[in-house]
Design a protein around this ligand. Sequence first.
Ligand code: PGA
Length: 237
Amino acid sequence: MKPLFAGNWKMNGLKGSLAEVDRLAELFGGRAPEGRDVVICPPATLVAATAARAATYGFLVGGQDCHAAPAGAHTGDVSAEMLKDAGAAYVIVGHSERRQAHGETDVVVRAKAEAALRAGLTPIICVGETAAERKAGDAEAVVCVQLKASLPETKAELVIAYEPVWAIGSGLTPTADDIADMHAFVRWFAGNARILYGGSVKPANARETLGVPNVNGALVGGASLKALEFHAIISAV
Ligand code: PGA
Protein backbone atom coordinates (compact mmCIF):
# COMPACT_ATOMS: atom_id res chain seq x y z
CA MET A 1 0.00 0.00 0.00
CA LYS A 2 1.42 3.38 -0.99
CA PRO A 3 2.09 5.36 2.21
CA LEU A 4 0.43 8.74 2.58
CA PHE A 5 1.79 11.66 4.55
CA ALA A 6 -0.62 14.48 5.24
CA GLY A 7 0.66 17.72 6.77
CA ASN A 8 -2.05 19.51 8.72
CA TRP A 9 -1.00 23.13 9.10
CA LYS A 10 -4.10 23.90 11.18
CA MET A 11 -4.62 27.66 11.64
CA ASN A 12 -1.01 28.46 10.86
CA GLY A 13 0.53 29.98 7.80
CA LEU A 14 0.45 33.17 5.79
CA LYS A 15 1.51 33.60 2.18
CA GLY A 16 5.17 33.40 3.23
CA SER A 17 4.60 29.80 4.37
CA LEU A 18 4.50 28.72 0.74
CA ALA A 19 8.29 28.91 0.89
CA GLU A 20 8.12 25.78 3.07
CA VAL A 21 6.57 23.93 0.13
CA ASP A 22 9.53 25.01 -2.03
CA ARG A 23 11.92 23.96 0.72
CA LEU A 24 10.26 20.56 1.04
CA ALA A 25 10.59 20.02 -2.71
CA GLU A 26 14.23 21.11 -2.60
CA LEU A 27 14.95 18.59 0.15
CA PHE A 28 13.59 15.88 -2.14
CA GLY A 29 15.76 17.10 -4.99
CA GLY A 30 13.06 19.17 -6.67
CA ARG A 31 10.29 16.55 -7.05
CA ALA A 32 7.89 14.81 -4.70
CA PRO A 33 9.29 11.41 -3.72
CA GLU A 34 8.26 8.31 -5.69
CA GLY A 35 6.12 5.71 -4.00
CA ARG A 36 4.61 8.06 -1.42
CA ASP A 37 1.70 10.49 -1.49
CA VAL A 38 2.47 13.80 0.18
CA VAL A 39 -0.59 15.93 0.92
CA ILE A 40 -0.22 19.45 2.28
CA CYS A 41 -3.30 20.74 4.12
CA PRO A 42 -2.93 24.50 4.57
CA PRO A 43 -5.61 26.85 5.90
CA ALA A 44 -8.44 27.53 3.43
CA THR A 45 -6.99 30.93 2.45
CA LEU A 46 -3.89 29.21 1.08
CA VAL A 47 -5.40 26.16 -0.63
CA ALA A 48 -5.43 27.63 -4.14
CA ALA A 49 -1.95 29.14 -3.94
CA THR A 50 -0.52 26.01 -2.33
CA ALA A 51 -2.16 23.80 -4.96
CA ALA A 52 -0.64 25.86 -7.76
CA ARG A 53 2.79 25.65 -6.16
CA ALA A 54 2.48 21.98 -5.15
CA ALA A 55 1.47 20.91 -8.65
CA THR A 56 4.86 21.96 -10.01
CA TYR A 57 6.51 19.52 -7.58
CA GLY A 58 4.04 16.66 -7.56
CA PHE A 59 2.74 17.25 -4.05
CA LEU A 60 -1.00 17.06 -3.40
CA VAL A 61 -3.14 19.48 -1.42
CA GLY A 62 -6.01 18.99 1.00
CA GLY A 63 -8.49 21.11 2.92
CA GLN A 64 -8.79 20.84 6.70
CA ASP A 65 -12.59 20.69 6.78
CA CYS A 66 -15.56 21.13 4.48
CA HIS A 67 -19.27 21.80 4.77
CA ALA A 68 -21.62 18.95 3.85
CA ALA A 69 -23.61 21.05 1.36
CA PRO A 70 -22.23 21.94 -2.08
CA ALA A 71 -23.22 25.61 -1.79
CA GLY A 72 -25.67 27.84 0.05
CA ALA A 73 -26.26 30.19 2.96
CA HIS A 74 -23.49 28.97 5.25
CA THR A 75 -21.50 32.02 6.24
CA GLY A 76 -17.85 31.29 6.84
CA ASP A 77 -17.93 27.74 5.52
CA VAL A 78 -16.18 26.18 2.55
CA SER A 79 -17.69 23.34 0.51
CA ALA A 80 -15.90 20.27 -0.80
CA GLU A 81 -16.69 21.47 -4.32
CA MET A 82 -14.89 24.76 -3.58
CA LEU A 83 -11.83 22.94 -2.30
CA LYS A 84 -11.81 20.79 -5.42
CA ASP A 85 -12.17 23.93 -7.54
CA ALA A 86 -9.20 25.47 -5.71
CA GLY A 87 -7.04 22.47 -6.59
CA ALA A 88 -7.39 20.20 -3.55
CA ALA A 89 -7.50 16.43 -3.91
CA TYR A 90 -8.11 15.55 -0.24
CA VAL A 91 -9.94 16.95 2.76
CA ILE A 92 -9.58 16.17 6.45
CA VAL A 93 -12.93 15.62 8.17
CA GLY A 94 -13.76 14.93 11.81
CA HIS A 95 -10.47 16.11 13.25
CA SER A 96 -10.78 16.03 17.04
CA GLU A 97 -10.27 19.80 17.16
CA ARG A 98 -13.40 20.16 14.98
CA ARG A 99 -15.29 17.53 16.96
CA GLN A 100 -14.43 19.27 20.25
CA ALA A 101 -14.42 22.99 19.39
CA HIS A 102 -17.25 22.90 16.85
CA GLY A 103 -19.38 20.13 18.32
CA GLU A 104 -19.12 17.95 15.22
CA THR A 105 -20.87 14.64 15.74
CA ASP A 106 -20.22 11.40 13.87
CA VAL A 107 -23.32 12.08 11.79
CA VAL A 108 -21.94 15.45 10.73
CA VAL A 109 -18.56 13.90 10.00
CA ARG A 110 -20.15 11.26 7.81
CA ALA A 111 -22.09 13.91 5.88
CA LYS A 112 -18.84 15.78 5.30
CA ALA A 113 -17.05 12.63 4.17
CA GLU A 114 -19.89 11.91 1.74
CA ALA A 115 -19.69 15.51 0.49
CA ALA A 116 -15.99 15.04 -0.15
CA LEU A 117 -16.62 11.90 -2.22
CA ARG A 118 -19.42 13.65 -4.10
CA ALA A 119 -17.02 16.48 -5.00
CA GLY A 120 -14.30 14.08 -6.11
CA LEU A 121 -12.08 14.57 -3.06
CA THR A 122 -10.64 11.83 -0.90
CA PRO A 123 -11.75 12.32 2.71
CA ILE A 124 -9.27 11.71 5.53
CA ILE A 125 -11.64 10.73 8.32
CA CYS A 126 -10.25 11.18 11.82
CA VAL A 127 -11.12 9.11 14.86
CA GLY A 128 -9.51 8.67 18.26
CA GLU A 129 -10.13 8.41 21.98
CA THR A 130 -9.45 10.89 24.78
CA ALA A 131 -7.02 10.20 27.63
CA ALA A 132 -9.89 9.47 30.01
CA GLU A 133 -11.45 7.01 27.57
CA ARG A 134 -8.15 5.17 27.17
CA LYS A 135 -7.60 5.12 30.92
CA ALA A 136 -11.02 3.60 31.37
CA GLY A 137 -10.16 0.85 28.87
CA ASP A 138 -12.68 2.18 26.37
CA ALA A 139 -10.37 3.21 23.52
CA GLU A 140 -11.49 0.50 21.07
CA ALA A 141 -15.15 0.90 21.96
CA VAL A 142 -15.00 4.66 21.37
CA VAL A 143 -13.21 4.29 18.05
CA CYS A 144 -15.66 1.54 17.06
CA VAL A 145 -18.63 3.86 17.60
CA GLN A 146 -16.90 6.68 15.70
CA LEU A 147 -16.06 4.43 12.75
CA LYS A 148 -19.50 2.87 12.55
CA ALA A 149 -21.19 6.26 12.49
CA SER A 150 -18.75 8.45 10.60
CA LEU A 151 -17.63 6.28 7.69
CA PRO A 152 -19.69 6.73 4.53
CA GLU A 153 -21.38 3.70 2.95
CA THR A 154 -19.08 3.86 -0.06
CA LYS A 155 -15.62 3.02 1.14
CA ALA A 156 -14.29 3.26 -2.39
CA GLU A 157 -11.79 5.99 -1.89
CA LEU A 158 -11.15 7.12 1.62
CA VAL A 159 -8.44 7.37 4.24
CA ILE A 160 -8.87 6.83 7.97
CA ALA A 161 -6.64 8.60 10.48
CA TYR A 162 -6.35 7.19 13.98
CA GLU A 163 -5.39 10.09 16.21
CA PRO A 164 -5.58 9.60 19.96
CA VAL A 165 -6.75 13.00 21.21
CA TRP A 166 -4.23 12.96 24.07
CA ALA A 167 -1.34 12.48 21.64
CA ILE A 168 -2.16 15.51 19.49
CA GLY A 169 0.27 18.35 20.06
CA SER A 170 1.32 16.89 23.41
CA GLY A 171 4.56 15.10 22.57
CA LEU A 172 2.96 11.95 24.01
CA THR A 173 2.51 8.88 21.83
CA PRO A 174 1.01 5.43 22.37
CA THR A 175 3.41 2.48 22.46
CA ALA A 176 4.03 0.70 19.17
CA ASP A 177 2.01 -2.23 20.55
CA ASP A 178 -0.95 0.03 21.32
CA ILE A 179 -0.79 1.52 17.83
CA ALA A 180 -0.59 -1.97 16.33
CA ASP A 181 -3.62 -3.13 18.31
CA MET A 182 -5.72 -0.13 17.34
CA HIS A 183 -4.74 -0.20 13.68
CA ALA A 184 -5.51 -3.92 13.47
CA PHE A 185 -8.90 -3.11 14.95
CA VAL A 186 -9.49 -0.21 12.52
CA ARG A 187 -8.53 -2.50 9.63
CA TRP A 188 -11.78 -4.43 10.19
CA PHE A 189 -13.67 -1.34 9.13
CA ALA A 190 -11.19 0.08 6.66
CA GLY A 191 -11.10 -2.66 4.04
CA ASN A 192 -8.35 -1.64 1.66
CA ALA A 193 -8.35 1.99 2.75
CA ARG A 194 -5.14 3.47 4.05
CA ILE A 195 -4.97 3.98 7.81
CA LEU A 196 -2.80 6.84 9.03
CA TYR A 197 -1.48 7.31 12.53
CA GLY A 198 -1.54 10.87 13.86
CA GLY A 199 -0.52 12.52 17.12
CA SER A 200 2.96 13.91 17.87
CA VAL A 201 4.61 12.21 14.89
CA LYS A 202 8.16 13.58 14.82
CA PRO A 203 11.38 12.65 12.99
CA ALA A 204 12.52 10.84 16.16
CA ASN A 205 9.54 8.45 16.32
CA ALA A 206 8.55 8.25 12.65
CA ARG A 207 10.51 5.14 11.71
CA GLU A 208 9.18 3.07 14.60
CA THR A 209 5.60 4.29 14.12
CA LEU A 210 5.58 3.76 10.38
CA GLY A 211 6.98 0.27 10.83
CA VAL A 212 3.90 -0.83 12.77
CA PRO A 213 1.62 -3.19 10.81
CA ASN A 214 -1.43 -1.48 9.28
CA VAL A 215 0.13 1.98 9.62
CA ASN A 216 -0.04 3.26 6.04
CA GLY A 217 1.28 6.74 6.65
CA ALA A 218 0.95 9.65 9.04
CA LEU A 219 -1.17 12.71 9.70
CA VAL A 220 1.35 15.25 10.93
CA GLY A 221 0.52 18.54 12.63
CA GLY A 222 3.29 20.62 14.20
CA ALA A 223 6.16 18.87 12.45
CA SER A 224 4.60 19.48 9.02
CA LEU A 225 5.10 23.23 9.41
CA LYS A 226 8.86 22.81 9.11
CA ALA A 227 10.03 21.39 5.80
CA LEU A 228 13.10 19.81 7.39
CA GLU A 229 11.04 17.86 9.93
CA PHE A 230 8.31 16.88 7.49
CA HIS A 231 10.94 15.70 5.02
CA ALA A 232 12.58 13.56 7.72
CA ILE A 233 9.23 11.96 8.59
CA ILE A 234 8.34 11.24 4.96
CA SER A 235 11.81 9.82 4.42
CA ALA A 236 11.50 7.43 7.36
CA VAL A 237 9.94 4.74 5.17
P1 PGA B 1 0.50 16.96 15.97
O1 PGA B 1 -0.97 17.09 15.35
O2 PGA B 1 1.37 16.21 14.98
O3 PGA B 1 0.97 18.37 16.18
O4 PGA B 1 0.36 16.19 17.26
C1 PGA B 1 -1.55 16.04 14.62
C2 PGA B 1 -2.93 16.42 14.16
O5 PGA B 1 -3.65 17.08 14.91
O6 PGA B 1 -3.35 16.09 13.04
